[in-house]
Design a protein around this ligand. Structure first.
Ligand code: MUC
Ligand code: MG
Length: 368
C-alpha cells in the first residue's frame, strides 16, 4: 500500500454549451487527471478542475504544484497514512483543487486495495443522491427550456439558478419564469457568486419573497463583512457559503461571524479527508449542507456522489451532480446515468469508475 508515484495529466474536453455565472464562464473543461500509483500496482484516480476566477489555480499550476511540491512530500507514505498526507499538503496554503484530487485519488486506491467502495468507507449512509442542476446565465425562455429538458429527460426537479447580474431583474425574471412554468413541481435556489452588494441582494431576495426559494448562496462577498452579516440576519432562508469558505477554518470564522447558515461542500475543493472535517463542523455548528459542483466532469461528479451519499446531512438535499451533461464527452468507460432525478453509487471497489484509456489518450494535452 506504499505510494510510489503521482501523475498529473492535463486534458481538455469542450463544453457543448458554456456555463456562465457572475464570476466567470467555462467553455472547455481544462482539468487535470491525477493518478496515484502504489507498489501493489493499484492506481487511484481523481480529477482537479481549476477555477482560475475563483481560486487562482490554473491547469499548468496544478500540474506544477503536484509534480514539484506534493509528489516529493507524499511518495513513500502508505494509503493508510492519509492524515500525514493531509498535514503535508496543508503546509501549502491555497491550491485547493490540486490537494483535493491527490487526497481523493489516494482514497480511490485505498478502496481498491481493500476491495470496498469509498462511499461505504466514508460512511455508507445511502446508495443514491437526488440531483440538482445548475442553470447558467441566459434569457428566461432559454433557461426555462433547459429546465424542461432536465425534468423531461432526467427527472431532475431541483434547480440552482445563477444570479448576480445587473440589473437584478435579469435574474429575478428567470426565477419567476421557472416558478410560473413548473409551480410546486420543482425546488429552486439561487447562487450569486458574489455578484451583488449586500443591499442589492436584499432587494432581489425581497422581490423573490413569494417564490419559495430553498436557499440563497454567496450573493455578495463575505469580505463585505458587516453588509454580509446584515444580509444573512435579514433572510428567512439558509444562506450558503461556497467560495468564501475553502477551508474548515473559514467555515468556523464565517459561521461564528453570522455570515453563513449553510455550507456548500465541494469534494473538488476539499477532497474526502477535508470535506469530512467540514461535514463534522457543520454538524457541530448547526449548518445545513449542500453538495456543490465546481463544474466537475464525471470523475469529479462520481467523487461528489461518493461523499454525498456517505452521510445523512450531505444526502438530505439534492446534490449538484449534473453539469457534466453539458460536456461534449468524458473519460469514463461507463458514463454516469441520471434516472428519475437520482444518481446511484457504484458497487465497485474504490470511488467506482474506470477511465477509458482511448479517451484519455485523445483528450490529454501532454502527449501529441
Ligand atoms: C458554484 O456553485 O459557484 C461556479 C464557480 C465555481 O467555482 O463553482 C461554480 C458553481
Ligand atoms: Mg456557488
Amino acid at each position: 500500500m506504499k505510494i510510489t508515484a503521482i501523475e498529473a495529466i492535463p486534458f481538455a474536453i469542450p463544453y457543448r454549451k458554456p456555463l456562465r455565472f457572475a464570476s466567470g464562464e467555462v467553455h472547455v473543461a481544462e482539468h487535470v487527471l491525477v493518478r496515484v500509483h502504489t507498489d501493489d500496482g493499484v492506481v487511484g484516480v481523481a480529477e482537479a478542475p481549476p477555477r482560475p476566477f475563483t481560486y487562482g489555480e490554473t491547469q499548468d499550476g496544478i500540474v506544477a504544484v503536484i509534480e514539484q511540491i506534493f509528489t516529493p512530500a507524499i511518495v513513500g507514505l502508505t494509503l493508510l497514512e492519509r492524515e500525514v498526507v493531509t498535514s503535508r499538503l496543508n503546509r501549502t496554503i491555497g491550491n485547493p483543487t490540486a490537494k483535493a484530487a491527490v487526497d481523493m485519488a489516494i482514497w480511490d486506491a485505498l478502496g481498491q486495495s481493500l476491495g470496498q467502495p469509498v462511499a461505504e468507507l466514508l460512511g455508507g449512509y445511502t446508495d443514491h443522491m437526488r440531483v440538482s442542476h445548475m442553470l447558467g446565465f441566459d434569457d428566461p425562455a432559454t433557461m426555462v427550456a433547459e429546465a424542461e429538458k432536465m425534468v423531461d429527460t432526467y427527472g431532475i426537479t431541483t434547480f440552482k439558478v445563477k444570479v448576480g447580474r445587473r440589473p437584478m431583474n435579469l435574474d429575478t425574471a428567470v426565477v419567476r419564469a421557472l416558478r410560473d412554468r413548473f409551480g410546486d413541481q420543482i425546488d429552486l435556489y439561487v447562487d450569486g457568486n458574489r455578484g451583488w452588494t449586500a443591499s442589492e441582494s436584499a432587494r432581489a431576495m425581497a422581490e423573490m419573497a413569494d417564490l419559495g426559494l430553498l436557499f440563497a448562496e454567496e450573493l455578495c462577498p463575505a469580505d463585505d463583512v458587516l453588509g454580509r452579516r446584515w444580509l444573512v440576519s435579514k433572510l428567512n432562508v439558509p444562506f450558503i457559503a461556497d467560495e468564501s469558505v475553502p477551508t474548515p477554518a473559514d467555515v468556523t470564522r464565517e459561521s461564528l461571524a453570522g455570515a453563513m447558515t449553510a455550507v456548500s461542500i465541494k469534494t473538488a475543493r476539499t477532497g474526502f479527508s477535508t470535506s469530512r472535517r467540514v461535514h463534522h463542523l457543520a454538524e457541530g455548528l448547526g449548518l445545513e449542507v449542500v453538495i456543490g459542483n465546481q463544474i466537475d466532469g464525471q470523475v469529479g461528479t462520481a467523487c461528489a456522489l461518493a461523499f454525498g451519499s456517505a452521510f445523512a446531512a450531505t444526502s438530505r438535499y439534492a446534490g449538484e451532480l449534473s453539469n457534466f451533461l453539458d460536456m461534449s464527452d468524458d473519460l469514463l468507460t461507463e458514463p454516469l446515468q441520471i434516472r428519475d432525478g437520482r444518481l446511484h453509487t457504484s458497487a465497485r471497489a474504490g470511488i467506482g469508475f474506470e477511465i477509458d484509456d482511448d479517451k484519455l489518450t485523445h483528450y490529454r494535452l501532454d502527449r501529441s
